[in-house]
Ligand binder design. Structure first.
Ligand code: NAD
Length: 358
């Protein structure tokens, strides 16, 4: 399959840059999906892909996803992503990330990177030596640090909007919430829920994390697989992708699914499967945009309060998506895409108008 063919199959990308430096052992692909709203922002993933085509497919799919996420969050950002082909455990070096930083610099701000699966804040520091088009650097360099508290707060906002649409009240007081995954996002979400009076049941493959939250908040702990059978009002996935699938959906007792994990639906059709069972699915990229909002605020000069205030907007965005879904008779996942596309279309028109375009 040719690159142009893959680009149009995966959603009409603007630009794909293949980067290689043999001395530094770098092989990377940067994909810029759409810059209508602003520079393309998205993390750099490092992964031992089996072949080039797999890496290209991944970067094209992920960069398109970033366009939708940024648009739905109301940010002036486009969608981009980068992948480095290699094993993050053994193939990293200072030279690799610095030369990669120079490739990013060559795009002159059309693409801005951040950390992602397989890369760390430390790797970003090497990139930062060669280009300013990197965000999510360490607080010591003026960065915003861990985005997870803002992500968790945004998920909590999305959950409240979903509760309002489903139960008639945004308060989760007395609501039974099952939380899967107690990492950086999950544990912060549990805190918000408990503070708001929810009855929380949790699970994690890491038993120590469950124990810590049981001690701190008195939450109930269940086994990793049992979380799908918990009698609850809200199911909140905060661990892995593809947890909403043919096996798990029939087991869910919740009326709302809302969590921070990326790519929760195993396949698109599972959004309909949830809707058919009367379960409101709060689209993952709408409710977990707090991390992206956090790095966006970092680009403007980081203030945590501002990031949290912007993440509060996730409540209204979720509400709007639910309304589109109800008005237009489409799944909430389709409604989220329409919401994002509408903004790109509208703002794109404004930019082309009187003010002379970009
Ligand atoms: P994390 O690695 O800190 O936490 C993930 C947790 O899930 C860990 O505690 C892990 O033990 C647990 N886990 C793994 N497999 C599990 C399983 N089968 N059942 C139950 N628990 C399991 O990650 P995080 O930063 O908290 O992110 C969680 C999810 O949210 C990921 O999908 C991530 O991509 C997404 N996300 C995170 C952010 C952010 O700001 N951190 C932003 C957007 C999206």
């Amino acid at each position: 399959m040719g690159t142009f063919e893959a680009m149009s199959q995966e959603g009409s990308h603007e630009q794909v840059l293949f980067c290689e430096d043999k001395r530094a052992g770098l092989k990377a692909i940067i994909a810029i999906h759409d810059t209508t709203l602003g520079p393309a922002l998205g993390g750099t993933r490092m992964w031992p892909y089996n072949n080039e085509e797999e890496a290209l497919r991944d970067v094209l799919r992920l960069s398109r996803g970033m366009t939708y996420k940024a648009s739905a969050a109301g940010l002036n950002l486009g969608g981009g992503k980068a992948v480095i082909l290699g094993d993050p455990r053994s193939d990293k070096s200072e030279a690799m990330f610095r030369v990669f930083g120079r490739f990013i610099e060559s795009l002159n701000g059309r693409y801005i990177t951040a950390e992602d699966v397989g890369t760390t804040v430390h790797d970003m520091e090497y990139i930062f030596m060669e280009t300013k088009y990197v965000t999510g650097v360490a607080p010591a360099h003026g960065g915003s640090g861990d985005p997870s508290p803002v992500t968790a707060f945004g998920v909590y906002m999305g959950l409240k909007a979903s509760a309002k649409a489903t139960f008639g009240s945004e308060s989760v007081d007395g609501k039974r919430v099952a939380v899967q995954g107690l990492g950086n996002v999950g544990k912060n979400l549990v805190r918000h829920l408990v503070e708001d009076g929810a009855q929380v049941t949790v699970t994690d493959i890491d038993e120590a994390r469950c124990e810590a939250l049981r001690e701190e908040y008195g939450v109930k702990v269940v086994g990793v697989d049992a979380i799908y059978d918990v009698d609850c009002d809200v199911f909140s996935p905060n661990a892995l992708g593809a947890v909403l699938n043919d096996t798990t959906i029939p087991r869910l007792k919740a009326k709302v699914v809302c969590g921070g994990a990326n790519n929760q639906l195993a396949e698109e059709r599972h959004a309909k499967a949830l809707g058919d069972r009367g379960i409101l699915y709060a689209p993952d990229y709408v409710v977990n945009a707090g991390g992206l909002i956090n790095v966006y605020v970092e680009m403007e000069g980081y203030v945590r309060e501002r990031a949290l205030r912007m993440a509060e907007g996730i409540y209204a965005n979720t509400e709007r998506v639910i309304n589109i879904s109800r008005e237009q008779g489409v799944t909430t996942a389709q409604a989220a895409d329409r919401f994002a596309e509408e903004r790109i279309e509208l703002i794109g028109q404004i930019k082309k108008g009187f003010f002379g375009g970009i």
